[in-house]
Design a protein around this ligand. Structure first.
Ligand code: NAD
Length: 348
């Protein structure tokens, strides 16, 4: 795919990307909160814009996807531009999946969805996901200016969500020396950028470095099979309604501490990228320094839900370097629920 990354690119570069793809009637999709930004992109597209559809919602409910597909068909759209976070890009992917229309992504968070052929749809409370090259954006336009409005708290958790993609790529069964390079550099870039973003949220260079990290980490997510961490976060989000990026932030150090004995090379690569001795502790401390949540209790999960969550996550098929057992997942969940430092019995 083509990638453009520079300040101002959302309005400056999106029309050129559409033209390059031969597209003349693009439906712009976004969430209600991102409508102003999406309208700026729509204005830049001028007559090549077939409308703005601002109905994206978290986890792409199937009825939301149905409406967007109907709007795209009614408008005679020949392409789709998704402007926003993972939820907006997810809606664009649903339109691409159902209609075959090419997708251009203009991301405004660090979720990395724009780099993957993975789609998700939620029906009757259950989220189905799949892989289809039709949903992989043809062009991605990263514009650091779009992320200036991303609040620091969300920037931090979204950035650590990105780091989680790279961490699991490092021990994925289908990883390669190239994905390992991208993953280590992705962790390094994001972990350096986030403190800069937190201390100076208006810094375009820092925002640009965070998007570079998101690009790398998203590419790792698209190229490899994720493990226990993503499975567990999927259950906590899908069944227990926990917020996506925050949940990833809390869970990651604990899953890495659990998996590290079975994936010492991956843990060492993450430690190198973080310039630390112990990768799980460094991730836990990074979240703490940046004011991110560190316990599932703080995100509203009840202790009584832990056994059901552990059983559900352990019951799903999937890759992981260490055998996944209900007891093992429960231990990870208990530590994450209490917000203990990983690998210890102590809450800090
Ligand atoms: P999101 O898109 O729901 O955005 C989170 C919140 O941030 C929303 O309220 C949104 O309006 C707001 N927001 C987004 N950009 C903003 C900006 N620049 N300024 C101010 N506010 C802004 O959440 P997300 O974390 O980006 O993505 C999570 C979703 O993406 C989940 O549903 C997840 O499953 C999915 N996802 C999918 C893939 C994939 O490969 N398919 C990868 C990663 C995430």
């Amino acid at each position: 795919m083509r990638v453009v990354l520079r300040p101002g690119a959302a309005a400056d570069a999106t029309p050129g990307e559409a033209e390059r793809l031969g597209l003349r009637r693009l439906l712009v999709v976004c969430g209600p909160r991102g409508a102003d930004t999406a309208r700026a992109v729509a204005d830049a597209l001028g007559p090549a814009c077939a409308g703005v559809h601002a109905e994206a919602r978290m986890h792409v409910p199937v009825e939301v996807a149905d409406r967007a597909v109907a709007v795209a068909r009614a408008a005679g759209a020949d392409g789709c531009v998704a402007v926003g976070g993972g939820s907006s890009i997810g809606l664009g992917k649903a339109v691409a999946l159902r209609t075959g229309l090419p997708l251009i992504a203009v991301p405004s968070t660090y979720s990395g969805s724009e780099m993957t052929p993975v789609w998700g749809l939620t029906e009757h409370g259950a989220k189905r996901t799949g892989r289809d090259r039709a949903v992989l954006p043809r062009s991605v336009v990263y514009d650091p200016e779009l992320t200036l409005s991303l609040p620091v708290a969300l920037s931090v958790t979204s950035g650590i969500n990105a780091i989680a993609h790279a961490v699991e790529a490092l021990y994925a069964p289908d990883g390669s020396p190239l994905t390992a390079l991208m993953a280590e550099e992705g962790v390094r870039a994001m972990a350096r950028a986030l403190p800069e973003v937190a201390s100076d949220p208006g810094s375009l260079p820092a925002r640009g470095r965070a998007l570079y990290g998101a690009w790398l980490c998203g590419a790792c997510l698209g190229a490899t099979t994720m493990g226990l961490h993503h499975r567990l976060c999927h259950v906590l989000g899908g069944t227990f309604g926990l917020p996506h990026a925050e949940t990833h932030t809390v869970v990651l150090p604990h899953v890495l501490a659990h998996n590290a004995p079975a994936a010492p090379g991956a843990a060492a690569a993450v430690a190198r990228a973080l310039a630390a001795e112990d990768a799980p502790t460094a991730l836990y401390e990074l979240a703490g320094r940046l004011g991110a949540p560190r316990s599932l209790a703080a995100l509203g999960l009840n202790a009584s839900d832990l056994p059901a969550a552990a059983a559900q996550a352990a019951g799903q098929a999937g890759a992981n370097p260490r055998a996944v057992t209900v007891e093992g997942v429960l231990a990870v969940l208990k530590a994450a629920h209490e917000g203990r430092a990983p690998g210890t019995g102590d809450p800090r």
